[in-house]
Design a protein around this ligand. Sequence first.
Ligand SMILES: [Zn+2]
Length: 235
Amino acid sequence: MSTDILADLRDTVDALTNPTPVRNPRYGRDADGNKVQLDDHVVTLPSLIAQVAEIVWPTGGDSESARPVPSSRPPGNPQAMALHLDIWIGVARWHMLWCLTTRDTLESSIRQLLGRVASEDSDTQEDLLADLRAWQHRCEVVLKEAFNDPEIQTPCPVEGCGQRTLRINLQKKTARCTTCRSRWAEVPDPERGIWSIVGLADHIQTYEAQSRAAAADARAADRVLKEQRYGRSVA
Ligand SMILES: [Zn+2]
């Protein structure tokens, strides 16, 4: 029984504190034009805590020399900030209960709880699990709301994906695909699986221009058909 709780505790702590590699299959064409499977496209997503922290204190990530522009608007996102603080307080409460010394990052402080809880009774383990699960759930909600950016109809350009699930963050000039989890930014970083937003913008423009041309062709063909059928021009 208690081993199940410990496994659940470990999984929840991992989700909160460990980066997650996400593998996406990729396909290409060989010299004869046949579809072949390429090495998987692997993207490593930061831990949930790190993703929330990135919303609270956006690094901008692109240009280190750029200075923050003074503004009367507080930085970041209040929900993410409140959540980050709540987790800090919750973790601190467990640390005080067990007389532990808080570590320098929230992630390692949470992992420290995991080391300690194994020797506690099952009620205490359940209590900690309930806290961890609540934090995980709130992280997921905050992350989902923070990225409720415009949805566009152009399919994802990644080979083997092609789903209409691209999301654009106009403010940060970034994009991502919620199916294959590919990401695009102004400064591409292929090692981290981040591609050029300029290339994506070209793809979207080309696709939309082709769609408009195809729609115009379809309308023209329809007109010709009606003219043939009714023997007169139906402009
Ligand atoms: Zn995709």
